[in-house]
Design a protein around this ligand. Structure first.
Ligand code: SF4
Length: 371
């Protein structure tokens, strides 16, 4: 069995840590590219969400390299993610691919089925190894998110441009060559140390922008045109409201173990959206409120065309913007989005934030939205 899985930011490193530890043979799909998207767009329904299209491209590219089994997360909920795995399975079947799809979803009722799927993945290995593997992979996710956060801090402040990117690129290159979660964590720590040694301008006070929106487009750099790096290169510090470790801990581990969740965004979103409507709409609203309260200069919402929860969030954000005096830009992405136009909109937004700061955060004169 040669397993594969979809890309989403650094998720491939977390899954690598998990599968290395469990001795599961796997093939990482090639990094998301124009070709990946073209393949997905060709075979997925036109109105399907962008992440589904990119995932289809990932699977086909991995199968071209020999993968025969796909591992997906699943679930049920008010948005389309719940039936992604089934739709993808049918698309691949129609295309003639002989592939097994193993969907791992939270065991709401059928716990036996959940363990049957885990058993299919780990073969004859002891089930007792699984909790330790999940624990170690979660630690990798936490450290990866710390590494990203550190890069968001150093990139706008570095005295020699490109140093942060160099460290991050070197890390991405090396991580494929090591085996197991412990070696991966060692490598992450080495990269964190290198970032900490970069000569930065301590007195520089960059603009701060919070990134909110649909999880896939927020986390996967191919779909958001590397927005974190783009803003960092403009001398802006970013914060990402969603990350992989938060998703694993708050949305997978804690619900499964019935542990108390830590979701400050829920309280913050309450005056505007007081229930979960699917996707990450509540996080989008709540995180925007929190960014405003923390003195951020602006917020950028990113989401794929036709994403239902984020369309609802977008309709609420002007109220957040007006009430809390924080400018919010919405960027909607699909397979036809061009990088030049996308970048121009970001530059116009950041220029406005600079002028606004020069005037002492006077008035929130713009709310930019739309595609
Ligand atoms: S959150 Fe949006 S993009 Fe993701 S599956 Fe749901 S509708 Fe599609």
């Amino acid at each position: 069995m040669k397993t594969t899985f979809p890309h989403m930011g650094n998720t491939n490193i977390v899954v690598k840590a998990l599968f290395d530890y469990l001795g599961i043979e796997f093939i990482v799909p090639p990094a998301c590219s124009k070709r990946t998207l073209e393949i997905g767009t060709k075979h997925a329904p036109e109105m399907a969400c962008l992440p589904l299209k990119v995932n289809i491209g990932n699977f086909i590219e991995a199968m071209e390299k020999g993968a025969d089994t796909i591992v997906m997360t699943g679930g049920c909920g008010p948005c389309r993610f719940g039936y992604y795995a089934e739709v993808q399975k049918e698309i691949l079947k129609d295309l003639g691919y002989e592939v097994e799809m193993i969907t791992l979803e939270m065991p709401d009722g059928d716990i036996k089925e959940f363990f049957r799927r885990i058993r299919r993945l780990i073969g004859s290995q002891s089930m007792l190894k699984v909790p330790m593997a999940i624990n170690k992979a979660t630690k990798v996710a936490v450290e990866l998110d710390r590494l990203d956060k550190l890069s968001f801090h150093t990139r706008p402040r570095e005295k020699v441009k490109g140093k942060t990117d160099w460290v991050m690129r070197k890390f991405q290159h090396q991580v494929n060559k090591v085996h197991g979660p412990d070696s991966i964590i060692k490598l992450i720590h080495a990269a964190q140390k290198e970032l900490n040694m970069i000569d930065i301008d301590q007195s520089f006070k960059p603009l701060k922008i919070g990134i909110v929106g649909e999880i896939y487009t927020v986390i996967e750099p191919f779909t958001n045109f590397k927005i974190e790096r783009m803003l960092g290169d403009m001398g802006i510090e970013v914060d990402r409201s969603l990350n992989i470790s938060g998703w694993i801990i708050e949305h997978m581990i804690k619900p499964a173990l019935h542990l108390r969740k830590n979701r400050p965004y829920e309280k913050a979103a309450e005056p505007y959206l007081n229930s979960m409507i699917g996707g990450h709409a509540q996080e989008t609203i709540g995180s925007s409120v929190l960014y405003a309260q923390q003195g951020y200069d602006g917020v950028i919402q990113v989401y794929p065309f036709t994403c239902m929860p984020e369309i609802v969030a977008e309709s609420i954000l002007p109220a957040v913007s007006n009430d809390l005096n924080i400018p919010i830009l919405t960027l909607i992405i699909d397979e036809l989005t061009g990088e030049a136009g996308y970048k121009t909109r970001i530059e116009a937004f950041t220029d406005m934030l600079v002028r606004r700061r020069e005037r002492g955060f006077a008035v929130n004169e713009y709310i930019l939205s739309g595609n």
